[in-house]
Design a protein. Structure first.
Length: 396
């Protein structure tokens, strides 16, 4: 959920903050703390703007603006309420969440997993990224370096599937070029690359060989993947997906189809969660764009027996302040935010950690971004202390 979703209006109810709404924020809470755009401003408490209730047999506390996710999936979720991060602006926060470092150049999580576990898909990339854009909010760019392979070989970087037009650029053969003709060209180029690789032993040449073959196979696999014709009407209705509309709903359905085909890591971005003003009106509109499809993905994986070995991780790059900005908005916030996990060995219907009574800081079982990564990797079968690669003479 790119842009920094507010935890205080969605998954972390704070009655004390509601009680103090409009009153000055206690200075003891904010003194000396890093604040993005509220430096020097009068800091007033801004209570939750939407009602919360208990959902499911587990009694998960979730805002009522999530009618489908809360009602259908509360007992499948582990809500982590004690995330914190080090980066207070969007791009470095995305980089930190994806790579474990605010400095660009390290491999993305999807690259590490594809490197460590491989992919079960022979004719699709092991790491696929899709981006959707909603109708409301500020549209910050999302840089392709967020799914780069860093110092790992190039075949482990993410491949972006585009929302409109050809999902992968140049995936269709040129007009007048038959598959047999293209196979001949690819085979000839591969023979030259293999000869160069035997002489130079260059990992970049090996990566190029691998990617040429993958690109050729994708010419048949990608159009089949993107065609929803084989999906029953009730499944398309479950997601609210329309083929080719570029929506988050369609991307969620594609994510399930990719997982079925053995793709190791699928990452969806949905932009526009950066709400510095008008939280009361804007947050329900954003939730409406993702509520149905988020619930559908978990339900669909579960009914197909895939949720047990598929880890679903849902959240943004940071949270929002319990202090108001522009009267009815929230600023960037790094001390506390919430994440949702489901499947993949996660305890369903549970919560982990807690924030203080104003939702300002994680105080119970705090979870750093690196802690989150160190939780994900063992759930997926990897020892995070041993997943390394030699880079510039050291284990990186």
């Amino acid at each position: 959920m790119a842009g920094g979703m507010t935890h205080l209006d969605t998954f972390d109810y704070k009655p004390k903050l509601a009680q103090l709404h409009g009153q000055p924020m206690p200075e003891s809470v904010t003194r000396g703390q890093q604040i993005a755009q509220l430096q020097g401003a009068q800091l007033n408490c801004f209570g939750p703007q939407h009602a919360f209730k208990k959902w499911g047999q587990s009694g998960q506390s979730i805002s009522e603006i999530w009618p489908l996710l809360a009602e259908r999936c509360a007992d499948d979720l582990c809500i982590v309420r004690s995330l914190h991060t080090d980066a207070i602006n969007h791009d470095p926060a995305h980089t930190f969440m994806n790579t474990g470092s605010m400095i660009s150049g390290r491999p993305a999580m999807g690259s590490w997993l594809t490197y460590g576990l491989g992919s079960e898909a022979d004719n699709l990339p092991g790491f696929v990224v899709m981006v959707s854009t909603g109708k409301f909010g500020q549209k910050q760019p999302i840089a392709a370096r967020q799914w780069h392979s860093g110092f790992l070989p190039g075949q482990f970087q993410g491949v972006e599937f585009r929302s409109t037009g050809d999902p992968v650029l140049y995936v269709r053969p040129p007009r007048g070029v038959s598959p047999a003709m293209q196979r001949q060209v690819v085979s000839t180029v591969q023979a030259l690359n293999q000869e160069a690789d035997r002489q130079l032993d260059d990992p970049e040449i090996a990566a190029r060989i691998s990617q040429y073959e993958m690109a050729f196979r994708m010419q048949s696999s990608v159009p089949e993947l993107m065609d929803f014709a084989d999906e029953p009407a009730h499944i398309r209705e479950l997601y609210g997906a329309e083929q080719g509309d570029g929506s988050f709903a369609s991307n969620c359905l594609l994510a399930r189809r990719l997982a079925e085909r053995g793709v190791r890591f699928i990452q969806l971005y949905h932009r526009d969660w950066d709400h510095h003003n008008n939280i009361p009106a804007n947050i329900p509109l954003k939730v409406e764009e993702v509520d149905r499809a988020s619930a559908a993905l978990i339900q669909d994986l579960k009914q197909r027996g895939m949720l047990d070995d598929t880890l679903v991780v849902w959240g943004g790059e940071f949270g929002r302040t319990p202090m108001s900005q522009s009267g009815n908005g929230r600023d960037h916030h790094i001390k506390a935010f919430s994440y949702l996990l489901a499947g993949g060995g996660v305890q369903p219907g549970s919560t982990w950690g807690a924030t203080d009574e104003l939702g300002y800081a994680a105080v119970e079982n705090p979870v750093s971004v690196n802690d989150l990564h160190a939780t994900m990797l063992p759930l997926l079968g990897l020892n995070h202390l041993r997943l390394t690669v030699k880079f510039q003479g050291i284990d990186a």
